[in-house]
Each structure stands twice: as C-alpha cells, then as structure tokens.
Design a protein around this ligand. Structure first.
Ligand SMILES: [Zn+2]
Length: 158
C-alpha cells in the first residue's frame, strides 16, 4: 500500500511554484525560530546600551522566558524592574527626580540599586542566605540564578 502510494506520488507531475524544495513547513518554521533567536541574541550582545540588564541577562534560556510569561502582571512588573534597573528603588526614583535621596532605606550604607537590594544590602543578608543560599552575591552570581529565586527574594524584601 505504502509503496503504491509512494510510486503514485513520485509519478504525479508537480503543480506549484518552481523550483521544488524538499523542505517541510515545520522545518521552515523551526529554522526561522532558531534564526530569530540567534539574531536577537546577536543584537543583544552587540548593543552598547542596557548595561545593567546585560549583567543579569547573560544567556538565552527558554525556560526563563516561559517562567516570565506565566507570571501575574504585578510579578512580571517587579521582575522586569529587577532585570532592567527600572524598579521602585531609590536610585532609579532619584534618577527620575521623584526622590532626592538614593540611599538604601534599610541600611543607609549605599545607594538603593538592584545590585544593592539583591546582592549587597547588609540588612537583607540573613534573608538572602535563607532564600538564595548566600549572604552576599555579585552581579555575575545573580545572573546565574533563576528569575524565580530573584523574584521570591525581592518580594520577601519589600
Ligand atoms: Zn541596604
């Protein structure tokens, strides 16, 4: 049966645009998705801006993306703020001229930035140890953590 169908198909004259390519639609779709992912990553890597976000977004990871799109709008807003630096933290609010003091309200030791909140604030070291496993973290170490852990710590720090 299969051989008969195969012979029939190969003997049938092709109708459609020439030249005929032996590529299936799913293969084309898959290759386009890979190309788009590689191209986005290349543009991200070559961009000279987004310094803060580049420190936390070091690699393409589809599982991180899938995690983010399932978040509630409020949690996604917090995560986006952490990853881009555009968070409700005194450093950014001072930059936007909403606040006048960029100092951390918890420790008063440094400016309240994303790195300070997630990795450096001494007041949060015990909480950081219990949630993230370390009392202090660098941007490089934070960049290797799953966004789930970063979001959990940020929400616990509020
Ligand atoms: Zn602090």
């Amino acid at each position: 049966m299969a051989d008969g169908l195969s012979r029939l198909v190969s003997a049938t004259k092709y109708t459609g645009p020439e030249p005929v390519l032996g590529i299936t639609a799913p293969n084309i779709r898959k290759e386009l998705q890979h190309w788009a992912c590689r191209e986005q990553w290349r543009q991200w890597r070559d961009a000279t801006t987004f310094c803060l976000a580049k420190q936390l977004l070091r690699q393409v990871d589809l599982s991180f993306t899938k995690y983010a799109v399932r978040l509630s709008r409020a949690d996604l807003r917090i995560l986006t703020g952490l990853l881009t630096g555009h968070a409700d933290l005194n450093w950014h609010l001072t930059l936007m001229q909403i606040r006048t003091d960029a100092a951390c309200p918890l420790c008063q030791e440094d400016e309240e930035t994303v790195l300070h909140l997630l990795g450096e604030c001494s007041t949060l070291s015990a909480k950081r140890l219990s949630i993230l496993g370390y009392p202090y973290l660098s941007y490089e170490e934070l960049g290797r953590m799953h966004w789930c852990a970063l979001l959990r710590f940020a929400k616990a720090s509020q």
